[in-house]
Design a protein around this ligand. Structure first.
Ligand code: AQP
Length: 332
């Protein structure tokens, strides 16, 4: 029997999970989890590249774990873990730092965006973030990395680092491919549809959170920015707000853009916006209810993250040992 291919992906617990991270990443993780050997993590070490309140970080990490499971990721079938519990991530990141060039890190869009946004804290971790992300992926010899489009550049640098390392030491790392959804790869803010919906966004009206109450979700959709026309038509250039809502509606209902245009033909935004809101409320309702239930069972969550860390460390340490040997470290 052919061996199952491997997947790795993670999300930072730097804020409450958004509809963007759900549609761009987690929804795909769930569909891929049936056919692949999957590692899904909560990347708390990445989160501290921006200042975090320690108590909130701890709370959000456990909430995010409960939400992963509530979204449909079965911890028996997938390896679900917290990044800082597997020390090989930090160890390989250091090695990869030494094979990552200053120039290529300087070109990373996320670094440029975040150093503009957090100008008082442009720390070295923010700069070397891609080397840690490369370590996350390469430790598990991942074939595929399901992410939203904003992370594509980080997968490309991961591939470059892996090629560089393999070029010197032989085939140590599998070269991973990004897996980006056709629809939903970049969900935009509801209030400023030219910007990505982001969990650390200060404008809470632009963001939908997966744990948000139905009435708050409906309010945000009713207030979503549109345009001066009245027709529901997909045109991301001229109608970014409506096109974003159509994308969300399409992923939530499975309908194509053509079907959506027909459904709302002759109707105005006053009908369309609440319909999108209701579709999202119904999509998120079972997830929220299940996450609330799981979160109450702290012993279960602890069991999940302990088992996950043990399974992840087994694979990760195998790769790390090989890397240490290749670069010339004396073996213990
Ligand atoms: N708006 C989005 N549309 C589609 N996909 C998205 N993702 C995030 N926002 C959207 C995808 O979800 C995963 C989240 O990864 P992350 O938290 O590690 O990184 P991020 O992209 O930096 O997420 P945020 O929400 O923007 O967080 P902050 O504000 O802390 O930086 C990734 O696969 C991402 O592509």
């Amino acid at each position: 029997m052919e061996e199952r291919k491997t997947i790795l992906s993670g999300i930072q617990p730097s804020g409450e999970l958004t509809l963007g991270s759900y549609l761009g990443a987690i929804k795909n993780w769930v569909s891929l989890s049936k056919d692949y050997n999957c590692y899904y993590c909560i990347v708390d070490m990445h989160a501290i590249t921006v200042r975090q309140n320690p108590a909130s970080l701890r709370r959000r990490t456990l909430e995010q774990l409960a939400q992963y499971i509530a979204c449909g990721l079965d911890p028996e079938e997938n390896t679900i873990f917290i990044q800082s519990h597997v020390s090989a991530h930090a160890e390989l990141a250091w090695v990869l730092d030494c094979y990552t060039m200053f120039g290529e890190l300087s070109r990373m869009t996320q670094f440029k965006d975040k150093s503009a946004k957090y100008a008082d804290n442009i720390n070295a971790g923010l700069f070397t973030y891609p080397a840690l992300m490369a370590a996350d992926i390469l430790l598990y010899q991942a074939d595929l990395v399901p992410v939203g489009i904003d992370q594509k550049q980080h997968i490309e640098i991961t591939r470059d680092i892996a090629h560089r390392f393999n070029g010197i030491y032989g085939d140590v790392f599998k070269i991973p491919e990004p897996y980006i959804p056709e629809v939903g790869a970049k969900i935009m803010s509801l209030t400023s549809p030219e910007n990505k919906m982001s969990k650390s966004d200060k404008d809470s009206g632009g963001c939908i959170y997966i744990m948000q109450k139905p009435e708050d979700i409906m309010r945000s959709f009713k207030r979503a920015v549109t345009d001066s026309e009245t027709c529901v038509r997909y045109d991301p250039e001229k109608k970014p707000g409506i096109s974003n809502l159509m994308t969300i509606y399409s992923v939530a209902t499975g309908k194509s853009f053509d079907e959506i245009e027909k459904e709302f033909d002759g109707k105005g935004y006053g009908d369309f916006k609440p319909a999108v809101g209701e579709a999202v409320v119904e999509m998120l309702r079972p997830i929220r209810e299940e996450a609330e239930r799981i979160l109450k069972d702290k012993a279960y969550l602890e069991k999940v993250y302990r088992n996950g860390a043990e399974k992840a460390a087994y694979t990760a340490n195998k790769t790390l040992r090989k890397v240490y040997k290749k670069v010339g470290f004396v073996q213990k």
